[in-house]
Design a protein around this ligand. Structure first.
Ligand code: NAD
Length: 503
């Protein structure tokens, strides 16, 4: 069976109506066209946003635990379809099967989390300085939440946002990456099944509660510009964030920005090198270097450099690269030619700066339009501008250090601040790395790699990574508006701060 036929079967099974249109969808596995689908017109997108706003006005009246039931049902539908959706993620993004399924597992997990959260959207009660007064805070639904997502986590990012937004009483409008629209269509169909189940058990879900807009950056801009959307959660490159953030700020809308990373790990003299090697291999080569949390810089103590780096080179030389759907493959293809060209440009720049490059070459296949590469290990003397830039491909820059303070300084001396790790058995180094003067990233780990976050924690990063947080912990608060309430149950009217105003 051809991949195209397989895709058609999966979509049909999930209830996605067959369409045709101007958006060409390719699989990076072979580079072949797997679908032609329709994009939304600006007029239809405006209508859909207005419709979502009407859905919000109804949805906010439903008690939060009942809203949680919809997300619980979504989790059940995802579980039932995880095999097909996981395979579709692999076909559309080129990530290996276990990662395709892992992405769907993440969606299921956030639904479980959000269903529980629907009974915990609680505010504080605050002691009042005035007699017979009570102060409290209340969390209210916000409105329509716009979600813009990137190609590399084509569906999990939607679920991190949508599961929370829905239990918080909001409607969602989603603009997925134009490179991965099929997984979005499949996810929307799965949501609609959950909505049908909800209607059977409870009541109809307002039409337009979850809306999908297929299109390019222009459709994303419509979300960003719409006065009916008080919050936009945008995941993608820092270039995209730079375009989106000022527009949102200009209309005082909220933003959750999840942008590029340039993640590093420090390998200290006491590191458990076996564990470190395995952690580096997954973080740097997994998903063919196309995770926002991919390990891109390795800062290695000189005392272990000559032991670790030859071992790492061996792993880089032998890692199985190929069809991401095949058993045993660990590294699939790059998403497209643009990505391959960007990788080669960065490697060329590094070579010109005197770096020693191992790997990085294209691996020929029968398909000219598929781009498989051997992950590259780049030993480089200093942190050049090339190293400071995120190249969204499997390039690991390796730097040597002798003094821990220098390693920390190198670590933080990049514009991005997403994920970070230290490998050490030295408690002082580990604690320093996690302290206020240590890693400046949103994620800081000890003795595990930079990638593969769990949904229970808040996810996001600092500096050019955008400062947003989504998924677990108290990230839900960004999807609600907070009201502070003061209630006077006495007969006097004392003013705060002892102010007197007698009339
Ligand atoms: P991209 O910036 O090219 O596109 C991301 C999304 O933004 C797409 O849906 C695109 O259509 C939309 N978009 C682009 N310009 C826009 C604009 N001006 N207005 C509105 N929407 C616009 O990113 P990509 O190549 O799909 O993904 C890779 C990038 O995403 C990497 O930089 C990676 O680090 C980052 N990423 C970050 C996270 C995170 O959580 N921090 C997660 C995944 C990916």
């Amino acid at each position: 069976m051809t991949i195209r036929k397989e895709v058609e079967d999966i979509l049909a099974h999930l209830g996605v109506p067959a369409t045709t249109g101007n958006l060409t969808v390719r699989t990076p596995i072979t580079g072949e066209v797997i679908a032609q689908i329709a994009t939304i017109t600006p007029e239809a997108a405006s209508k859909a946003i207005a419709f979502a706003h009407t859905a919000f006005l109804q949805w906010r009246l439903i008690p939060a635990p009942r809203r949680g039931e919809l997300v619980r049902l979504l989790g059940e539908e995802l579980r039932a379809q995880s095999h097909l959706l996981g395979r579709l993620v692999t076909i559309e993004t080129g990530k290996i099967l276990s990662e395709g399924h892992g992405e769907v597992q993440e969606m299921i997990d956030i639904c479980t989390f959000a269903a529980g959260l629907s009974r915990q959207l609680a505010g504080l009660t605050v002691p009042s300085e005035r007699a017979k007064h009570r102060m409290m805070e209340t969390w209210h639904p916000l409105g329509v939440v716009g979600i813009i997502s990137a190609f590399n986590f084509p569906v999990a990012v939607w679920s991190w946002n949508a599961a929370l937004a829905l239990v918080c009483g909001n409607a969602v409008v989603w603009k997925p990456s134009e490179r991965t629209p099929l997984t979005a269509l499949a996810t929307q169909a799965i949501f609609e099944r959950a909505a049908e189940k909800f209607a059977e058990i409870y009541e109809p879900v307002p039409e337009g509660l979850s809306t999908l807009l297929i299109g390019d950056a222009k459709v994303g801009e419509q979300l960003v510009d719409s006065p009916l959307i008080p919050l936009v959660s945008a995941t993608g490159s820092t270039t995209m964030g730079r375009a989106v953030a000022p527009k949102l700020a200009a209309r005082f809308a909220k933003a959750i920005l999840e942008l590029g990373g340039n993640n590093a790990a420090i390998v200290a003299p006491t590191a458990d090198l076996d564990l470190t090697l395995r952690a580096i291999a997954f973080s740097a080569m997994g998903t063919a270097g196309q995770r926002c949390t991919t390990l891109r810089r390795l800062i290695v103590n000189e005392s272990v450099y000559d032991k670790l780096i030859p071992q790492l080179k061996k792993v880089y030389g032998s890692v199985v690269i190929g069809d991401p759907g095949a058993q045993g493959t660990l590294v699939g293809p790059l998403i497209d030619e643009r990505s391959y060209t960007a990788m080669q440009k960065s490697l060329e720049e590094a070579r010109s700066a005197g770096a020693a490059v191992t790997g990085g070459e294209r691996i020929p296949t029968a398909n000219d339009e598929a781009f498989y590469v051997r992950p590259a290990l780049v030993e480089i003397g200093s942190q050049t501008d090339t190293v400071k830039r995120e190249t969204f491909a499997p390039i690991l820059y390796v730097l040597k250090y002798s003094d821990f303070a220098d390693a920390l300084a190198l670590h933080n001396d990049v514009p991005q601040g997403l994920s970070s790790s230290i490998f050490t058995m030295n408690l002082r180094e580990a604690e320093l790395f996690l302290s206020a003067t240590g890693s400046d990233c949103g994620i800081a780990n000890v003795n595990i790699g930079t990638s593969g976050a769990e949904i229970g924690g808040a996810f996001g990063g600092e500096k050019e990574t955008g400062g947003g947080r989504e998924s677990g912990s108290d990230a839900w608060k960004a999807y609600m508006r907070r009201a502070t309430n003061t209630i006077n149950y006495g007969t006097d009217l004392p003013l705060a701060q002892g102010v007197s105003f007698d009339i």
